[in-house]
Design a protein around this ligand. Sequence first.
Ligand code: ADP
Ligand code: MG
Length: 277
Amino acid sequence: MPPRLSSSQKAEVLVEALPYIQRFYDRTIVIKYGGNAMTDVALQEDFAEDVVLLKLIGMNPVVVHGAGPQIGALLQKLGKQSEFIQGMRVTDEETLDVVEMVLGGLINQDIVTLINKAGGKAVGLTGKDGHFIHARKPEIIHLLDSRDFIPVIAPIGSDEKGVAYNINADVAAGKLAITLQAEKLILLTNTTGVLDRGGGVVTGLTSQRVKEMIDDGTISGGMLPKVECALDAVKNGVKTAHIIDGRVSHALLLEVLTSSGVGTLIRGASANRANHR
Ligand code: ADP
Ligand code: MG
């Protein structure tokens, strides 16, 4: 058991959050929910509480989720292999049905239920709803997050013929963060952050350093779309991007409301250092 805090320590912790609450009030925070935080029941509840808390203190959290482990498990049951190129799932027509069912159906509704149980008003969407992913005009998201609602988005798009396609959740979250000109893009995953060769967490990543790490193979697989979309986001108006450890309980809250972030920070070259951790 962790040591219990005294009343004055509790007050200090709450007060520490004040500057962050002021700074991020009414700002949009796009959160990619994935990795272990998504499969462990206790962590799921922590995540839902964090999202509801951020909403209630005046921020606009938008959740984009993956379903990698769950899709993989069902495909395996159906005797189909999962195939990945550069960390992104390859979807043929048959696989896409499974993706739509699991990602846009089961998992999306699970997350909506979780957030609602924690006291929020979550609304589940896929990129097909309001055609917002294809059209890149997410009025529907603006409409929802400027009210009491918390949008929970499954990254399925459709082309002009109505044919569905699966978009990597990191990539979808990054694009959405740009379109919404979010304050933060936060990617929850199953490592302590972006790791260097020695297994240490790298922070303050620049595009040059990322390029080197990709070229020498230090960054590979599922981490590729994350670092790429994070860099893309901060180059295009998102203030900061964070790749954080979803295995840490309340990782999201720690990242947004305390000085002890839990992972890798990526910021745009022009971001004001004094203003953004
Ligand atoms: P998620 O469900 O969060 O998208 P992924 O498996 O797609 O998870 O991506 C995270 C994985 O990327 C890590 O578990 C790790 O195996 C892999 N990875 C590759 N290079 C790195 C790196 N340099 N630092 C951290 N993780 C890395
Ligand atoms: Mg992934």
